[in-house]
Design a protein around this ligand. Structure first.
Ligand code: ZN
Length: 222
C-alpha cells in the first residue's frame, strides 16, 4: 500500500515537472493557462519553422510576450504588420503582455465571422475597415499577468499606454483603444492615435486594441 502511494506521488511530481518545462505553468506565463488552447513553449519550435523576419523571431522568443496559439500562427505565417511587431517589442521592454488575437480567432461579435470590414452592430464602427483582418491590429488582454478588465487605471496597464505614447508618431499605432478609465487617465488625443468615442471605449473595457488604420501609412499628427 505504501509503495503504491509513493509511486503515485512520484508520478504526480514528474507530471508537474514536465508541465512546467512545457511552459504550461501559469505563474511564469504572460497569458493565463489555457488561453487559446495549449500554450506554446516557444523554445520548442522546430528550427525549419522559425520566421524569417528577425523582429518576429525576437517577439516569439521574448519571455515577456505571450499569445494564443492562433496569434502565434499569425506571427509565424507572416500576416502581422511589421510595425505592429515593433510596437509590441517596445511594450515588452517593460511589461509582460498577452495577445489574444491578431487576425485568426478574432471576432467583433460572437458567432459572426470576421471579414474585411467591421460588421454592422459593433457600435458606430460598423462598415469601417477591419484592421485585424488585414493583420494590422493586436488585442492585449493581460498585462503583467493581470486582466486589463477592471484594471484600466492600474499603474502597469497605464504604463503600457505611456510606452505607446513614447513611440515616435510616425511609427506609433494610429488606432489605440482601451477601457474608459485607462483612456481618461492617459488623457491622449486622437491626433496621437487614441480613439476617444464613447461607444468604442465601452466595447474595450476588457482589452487594449492597437492597430494601424492603413497599410504603409500613418494617420498620427505631430
Ligand atoms: Zn481589436
Amino acid at each position: 500500500m505504501t509503495l503504491i502511494v509513493i509511486a503515485v506521488l512520484c508520478g504526480l511530481a514528474l507530471l508537474t515537472l514536465s508541465s512546467s518545462r512545457l511552459g504550461l505553468g501559469a505563474e511564469t506565463s504572460s497569458c493565463p493557462a489555457g488561453l487559446g488552447g495549449l500554450e506554446i513553449a516557444f523554445g520548442d519550435l522546430f528550427e525549419e519553422d522559425q520566421p524569417t523576419n528577425p523582429d518576429v523571431a525576437a517577439l516569439l522568443e521574448d519571455p515577456d510576450f505571450g499569445a494564443s496559439a492562433e496569434a502565434v500562427e499569425d506571427l509565424r505565417d507572416g500576416v502581422v504588420d511589421p510595425r505592429l511587431v515593433d510596437a509590441l517589442l517596445v511594450i515588452t521592454r517593460k511589461h509582460q503582455i498577452c495577445v489574444d488575437a491578431f487576425k485568426e480567432g478574432h471576432y467583433f461579435i460572437e458567432g459572426v465571422e470576421d471579414g474585411p470590414v467591421i460588421p454592422e452592430g459593433y457600435g458606430e464602427a460598423g462598415g469601417l475597415p477591419n484592421t485585424h483582418y488585414h493583420g494590422r491590429a493586436a488585442d492585449i488582454w493581460y498585462v503583467d499577468g493581470e486582466p486589463v478588465e477592471g484594471n484600466g487605471d492600474d499603474e502597469g496597464v497605464l504604463s503600457v499606454g505611456q510606452a505607446l505614447a513614447g513611440i515616435p508618431p510616425d511609427a506609433r499605432p494610429d488606432q489605440i483603444i482601451g477601457p474608459p478609465e485607462w483612456t481618461e487617465r492617459l488623457d491622449r488625443s486622437w491626433r496621437e492615435g487614441w480613439v476617444l468615442s464613447e461607444d468604442q471605449l465601452r466595447l474595450h473595457e476588457d482589452h487594449i486594441h492597437i492597430g494601424y488604420k492603413e497599410e504603409g501609412t500613418n494617420k498620427n499628427r505631430r
